[in-house]
Design a binder for this molecule. Structure first.
Ligand code: HEC
Ligand code: HEC
Length: 326
């Protein structure tokens, strides 16, 4: 009996120690360099930034108040005063105010701090930033363009509540299971914008998050668990999806199971210009309807160049199957 009690005692102490360890170490400052980039007031640079923010990089899909999201999807260009939030097992994550307001926005942040968040997933406070932003491999040129545009906006005072990491999230961060996304390659200074596989790959992986959504992921750890671009990422119904649930389709050129296998380039481009056909789809079709034709051609070419993966996604929308586009 005594031994039994002693074992229970030791186990209890161990558990309490681990919990204390997690609570005091999870928010240790993460070490990452500040990219050497400088925002600019050149109108060509700002215009490229604005195009990325409201188009392929779709920052505006998350960083605006959610009661304005339909208007923004339809083309309203408003200051990015923050708004979207997502509640998943590791925590509640909230998209911050990105206008130059000094108190509630990015006004007091340096270019280096904003660039470090996007490239190394480290917040301005030195903490882990959750992987909703796949921009680690943005070229210096595009990073500068985006930051320059953010700085050119009118400041809006709008306090966003801070993200709240759950105990599970803190444990996963402490034990390195959740770790900041970092560049996969040495980020380029710039990239030639042409309808090439290379540029399409850059857009699909590092700018427009096609890979991040069209690859199966474990929502507890946010890790990728399926073949890239082969679909299968599940989006459960939430307030913004109006009750519908979604599964991303397979974008690899597999004859049997690839959704765009039979599409020619024109059909692909027209599909993007048409915007959302399914109510509540999580894909930012509005922002993507503004991707220019050269970039859509590049993305199409890149997707066609992928290795076909046979993976049948039975339905991409649940509840009302008849609303599926053919
Ligand atoms: C899918 C939604 C989504 C998109 C798209 C998105 N963000 Fe975010 N952003 C978030 C969320 C959620 C957070 C809070 C993350 C956290 O607290 O871990 C955030 C935080 C940030 C932060 C603040 C980091 C800090 O110091 O706390 C910056 C800066 C930022 N985003 C910039 C951008 C830019 C620039 C773009 C477009 C190039 C963009 N975001 C696109 C969801 C998004
Ligand atoms: C936020 C997640 C998300 C992102 C980012 C995203 N998709 Fe999707 N995509 C989905 C979901 C979910 C569906 C199924 C629902 C629908 O058709 O809207 C879908 C559907 C599609 C379809 C099929 C449309 C149809 O009419 O059958 C294509 C093609 C597609 N995506 C391509 C892309 C490309 C290319 C990118 C990057 C430029 C991209 N997606 C980025 C989630 C996403």
């Amino acid at each position: 009996m005594k031994i039994f009690l002693r074992i229970i005692g030791v186990v209890a102490i161990l558990i309490v120690s681990v919990i204390i360890f997690i609570l005091i170490t999870w928010d240790n400052k993460i070490d990452a360099p500040y990219p050497d980039v400088k925002s600019s007031s050149d109108s060509v640079v700002i215009a490229r930034g604005k195009y990325l923010v409201f188009g392929p990089a779709h920052c505006a899909t998350c960083h605006v108040p959610m009661d304005k999201i339909m208007e923004v999807e339809n083309g309203l260009q408003m200051p990015l005063s923050g708004g979207w939030e997502i509640d998943i097992p590791p925590g509640v994550f909230r998209a911050t105010n990105l206008t130059p307001d000094l108190k509630t926005g990015i006004g007091k942040l340096t270019d280096g701090e904003i660039a470090r968040t996007l490239r190394y997933s480290v917040g301005s406070d030195g903490r882990y930033i959750a992987p909703f932003m796949p921009f680690q491999d943005l070229t210096d040129e595009d990073l500068v363009a985006i930051i320059s545009y953010l700085r050119s906006q009118e400041p809006v005072e709008h306090e966003m509540k801070k993200s709240e990491i759950s105990f599970l999230g803190k444990a996963l961060i402490t034990f390195g299971i959740l770790k900041p996304e970092v560049p996969k390659n040495t980020p380029l200074k710039s990239i030639e914008r042409d309808s090439t596989v290379q540029y399409g790959g850059y857009l699909a992986n590092y700018v427009a998050e096609c890979m991040g959504c069209h690859t199966e992921r474990d929502l507890k750890t946010t890790e990728f668990i399926g073949p890239p671009f082969a679909g299968g990422f599940e989006f459960e119904p939430n307030e913004q999806s109006e009750g519908y649930g979604f599964v991303s389709p397979n974008l690899t050129p597999d004859p049997e199971t690839g959704v765009i296998y039979s599409w020619d380039e024109d059909r692909f481009i027209n599909r993007f210009h048409s915007g959302s056909l399914v109510k509540g789809s999580p894909m930012p079709w509005g922002a993507f309807s503004r991707i220019n034709d050269l970039e859509l051609k590049a993305i199409y070419k890149y997707l066609r160049s992928l290795k076909p993966v046979s993976r049948k996604i039975e339905k991409t929308v649940y509840l009302e199957k008849e609303k599926l586009p053919e």
